[in-house]
Design a protein around this ligand. Structure first.
Ligand SMILES: CC(=O)N[C@H]1[C@@H](OP(=O)(O)OP(=O)(O)OC[C@H]2O[C@@H](n3ccc(=O)[nH]c3=O)[C@H](O)[C@@H]2O)O[C@H](CO)[C@@H](O)[C@@H]1O
Ligand SMILES: C=C(OP(=O)(O)O)C(=O)O
Length: 437
């Protein structure tokens, strides 16, 4: 386990450029399996989860050429399906969440797709029913090996378009079903589809490869199947969760930070949610400028009652930023209720913040009340272990604002989703050092 040592209490200053979006990259990379032609992708983040998925593609036989920083060409013209039955695939496929999205494209193009139970954050139950019910609706046969936790779908005669109402607006589930349906025979209608910007990006990419998807950006997608797809060039959006993390970092350390090229039109409720916490955000072209603030005051509702920040499927507020919002509130003026509706085990990290002196009541696994210190009292440095990617970055932000030197273990969790984070933070003045395992 790698470790960060963080000397807190210093103001930061400067510009930071968000990496390409992790969760978009995972979808887009799987889509290269849909065509034998060359697909060029730009702005791929250099992070653990993405690199693991690239390795899986390589082992599947995809030819990969590095063209520059974050820019790769992928050619899936000779796929080695035997890898799917290997021990190596069982290990590699289960090491991240995003690997689940190779199933849709493989099923569509080769009539079979397998996956071991995928990994990702341990943040509560993470079921895959939506994915497999979607494939079954398209005519695939499903089997599950309970012992080995290995999922399989097969459709030797090809997939057939269908109408489906998803049981939940699952992000990776929608992406997987869309990637299967683009090569199915006839029309597929997906209602209650997830519609976040990364899914819109996937649909735009597929359309540029020759797919016929309409309703992009809504929760009703209509897909006219086509016989084959061709190559394309695609650029990944900036990572909105990283952008939200840097907003939280600026507020907690009372720093002036400019976040460059954020793609404002794709940030949804993120800027407004941080503004409700009293954080000033200025739109400067496509940048976000956050001035140094002595304090930020949480706004209540019109009737004076306490603000709730809760997650919801897009265009609601993303669950991946709630841990960051929570940590930011520990130094706000006022009180807030954080309601993590989607995941059951994502708020347990607050125990560490309580150890550091934060005023938090964990009401139940989904809800925590935070009473801000308004910087009247600093968080105290401590030693902690990063439990998941977003709790990890939240603890890192807490450590940067705390008095004294903190240690964070298991930083691989942070590296899963944040590119070169220590170097980028040092560039804006953070005192952070990394010890490799
Ligand atoms: C690799 C990747 O892209 N991961 C993201 C993806 O995970 P992933 O696609 O795995 O998450 P899902 O969208 O399937 O579901 C997330 C959770 O929300 C629940 N749920 C979902 C939809 C809904 O309408 N109601 C509901 O309760 C699910 O039961 C589950 O517990 O989307 C999540 C939700 O934005 C993000 O946290 C993850 O970072
Ligand atoms: C939950 C997350 O990731 P994953 O779905 O890859 O575990 C996340 O990015 O916050």
């Amino acid at each position: 386990m790698g470790t960060f040592q963080i000397e807190g209490g210093h103001k930061l200053k400067g510009e930071i450029t968000p990496q390409g979006a992790k969760n978009e990259a995972l979808q887009i990379l799987c889509a290269v399996l849909l065509t034998p032609e060359k697909v060029i992708i730009e702005n791929i983040p250099d992070i653990l989860d993405v690199n693991k998925l690239i390795k899986i593609l390589e082992n599947l036989g995809v030819k990969i050429q590095k063209l520059g920083k974050g820019k790769f060409a992928f050619t899936a013209d000779e796929i080695n399906l035997e890898y799917l039955e290997s021990e190596l695939f069982k290990q590699e496929g289960s090491s991240l969440r995003g690997s689940i999205m190779i199933v849709g494209p493989l099923l569509a193009r080769f009539g079979k797709g397998y996956i071991p139970r995928p990994g990702g954050d341990k943040i509560g139950r993470r079921r895959l029913d939506t994915h497999f019910e979607g494939f079954i609706n398209l005519g695939a046969k499903f089997r599950y090996n309970k012992e080995e936790r290995f999922y399989g779908v097969e459709a030797p005669k090809g997939l057939k378009g269908a109408y489906m109402l998803l049981d939940q607006a699952s992000v990776t589930g929608t992406a997987n079903i869309v990637m299967a349906a683009v090569l199915a025979k006839g029309t597929t209608t997906i209602y209650n589809a997830a519609c976040e910007p990364y899914l819109q990006q996937l649909c735009k990419m597929l359309n540029s490869m020759g797919a016929n998807i309409s309703g992009v950006g809504s929760n009703l997608l209509i897909i006219e199947g086509v016989k084959s797809l061709g190559g394309c060039k695609h650029r990944i959006l900036p990572d909105m969760i990283e952008i939200g993390s840097w907003i939280g970092l600026a507020a907690m350390t009372r720093s002036e930070i400019t976040i460059k090229n954020v793609s404002w039109e794709n940030l949804g409720l993120i800027p407004e949610t941080f503004r409700k916490l009293g954080i000033k955000l200025n739109k400067k072209g496509d940048d976000i400028h956050i001035p140094s603030q002595k304090e930020y005051e949480i706004q209540g509702y019109i009737d004076g009652s306490i603000l709730t920040v809760a997650d919801a499927p897009w265009p609601g507020f993303t669950p991946d930023l709630l841990s960051i919002v929570l940590v930011v509130c520990t130094q706000a003026k006022g009180s807030v209720l954080i309601h993590q509706k989607m995941f059951e085990s994502r708020l347990f990290f607050v125990d560490k913040l309580i150890d550091m002196g934060a005023k938090i009541i964990l009401c139940d696994p989904h809800r925590a009340t935070v009473i801000g210190h308004n910087f009247q009292s600093n968080l105290k440095a401590t030693t902690m272990v990063s439990p998941d990617i977003r709790a990890g970055i939240s603890l890192l932000i807490a450590a940067l604002s705390a008095q004294g030197t903190s240690t964070i273990h298991n930083i691989e969790q942070i590296d899963r989703g944040y590119e070169n984070i220590d170097e980028r933070l040092r560039a804006i003045g953070a005192k952070i050092t990394r010890t490799e395992p």
